[in-house]
Design a protein around this ligand. Structure first.
Ligand code: HEC
Ligand code: HEC
Length: 288
């Protein structure tokens, strides 16, 4: 083998190595490009959550799903509510997508096998019903809403926000992070069918003839804890009490659609929906 031949084979060997390397590279590149695209498409809705996508999803939902589920995410005759005041088995985009496409085994929820785009539109719609108020765009003048909260409507006489305000109603500092816009609006405009635990107003009379009115925070067969209207916690044993009179309606006025001008109510909703704890702060607390 002379020098030229050797160079030739060397060259051949080298280009073979380059070819193999290039092939490997291409293979890895394709594999890399493919592997995240599949699970990623499953994890998050590839169509996003624009108002158009949500509206299209609502249409599809009303056409295909309300035979069992209720309209607007409520409970139906044969299917549970898909949005509202509860936790869900199928929470993430991927889980809801899978429930629609494959059904839920052993239940009346059938598989739909829709074109993927249609299923994702419905997923966007269902998620939009569940988003808490801080995640949705609520029009209105929040600064003016804050004025209404503390001044005109005196919400602050019963409610606390960030350490300021009253104790009779729930603390609203994280309201927008916990409730949907629908729930907040309903709290202000629709009397609840049941008074939430810890907020039932009552009047009690002791055996010595003293009267107290307030809200029952806790009670059992032996004792009763009342937060009185002066924000003092009163503890009674049943033996102390002559009479307990339960009130049938909450202290929360639920007719602000009648007592506030519509524009003010909207401003108030804009303010309330922005009351949310900073999530990065929460994460820091979680790390400690
Ligand atoms: C034939 C009745 C029926 C139809 C039609 C139906 N569902 Fe359901 N669906 C159910 C039932 C029943 C359940 C509860 C299953 C269970 O017990 O886990 C359910 C559960 C679900 C869940 C899970 C709820 C949770 O708590 O996580 C989702 C999401 C869902 N359905 C979406 C849809 C969508 C979207 C459609 C229309 C494309 C649809 N369903 C049509 C009966 C139905
Ligand atoms: C007289 C006291 C009082 C006043 C005034 C009052 N609230 Fe309430 N509010 C309550 C009580 C008590 C509850 C809990 C019981 C209930 O929901 O009926 C409540 C519940 C709520 C809830 C539901 C909270 C949740 O986590 O579900 C919201 C929201 C709310 N109030 C907002 C307001 C706003 C805004 C105003 C002023 C426009 C206001 N409240 C005025 C006493 C009051």
């Amino acid at each position: 083998m002379d020098d030229r031949d050797r160079n030739q084979t060397l060259l051949c060997g080298r280009s073979l190595a380059i070819l193999i390397a290039a092939g490997l590279f291409a293979f890895v590149a394709i594999a890399l490009a493919q592997s995240p695209s599949q699970p990623a498409a499953k994890k998050e809705n590839p169509l996003g959550a624009s108002p158009q996508v949500i509206a299209a999803g609502k249409d599809l939902f009303n056409r295909s799903c309300t035979g069992c589920h209720g309209v607007n995410g409520g409970a139906g005759e044969r299917g549970p509510a898909l949005a509202g005041d509860r936790s869900y088995v199928h929470e993430t985009d991927a889980d809801i997508f899978a429930a629609i496409q494959n059904g839920i085994a052993g239940t009346a929820m059938p598989p739909f096998n829709l074109p993927a785009n249609d299923a994702w539109k419905i997923v966007a719609y269902i998620r939009s019903l569940r988003s808490t108020a801080e995640d949705v765009f609520v029009p209105g003048d929040a600064a003016h809403g804050e004025q209404i909260f503390w001044n005109q409507a005196r919400c602050g006489s019963c409610h606390m926000i960030n350490g300021r305000g009253g104790l009779l109603g729930p603390d609203l500092s994280n309201l927008g992070g916990e409730r949907t816009l629908r729930e907040i609006r309903a709290a202000l405009t629709e009397p609840k069918r049941e008074i939430p635990r810890g907020y039932r107003p009552a009047e009690v009379v002791t055996k010595s003839g003293q009267h107290f009115s307030g809200m029952i925070k806790n009670e059992d067969n032996f004792s009763l804890e009342l937060l009185d209207t002066h924000e003092q916690l009163q503890l009674f044993t049943r033996d102390d009490l002559r009479e307990v009179q339960y009130k049938s309606s909450s202290l929360m006025p639920a007719d602000y659609n009648k007592t506030l001008p519509a524009a003010d109510l909207q401003d108030l909703l804009a303010f309330l929906s922005r009351q949310a704890r900073d999530k990065s702060e929460e994460e820091k607390e979680g790390e400690q």
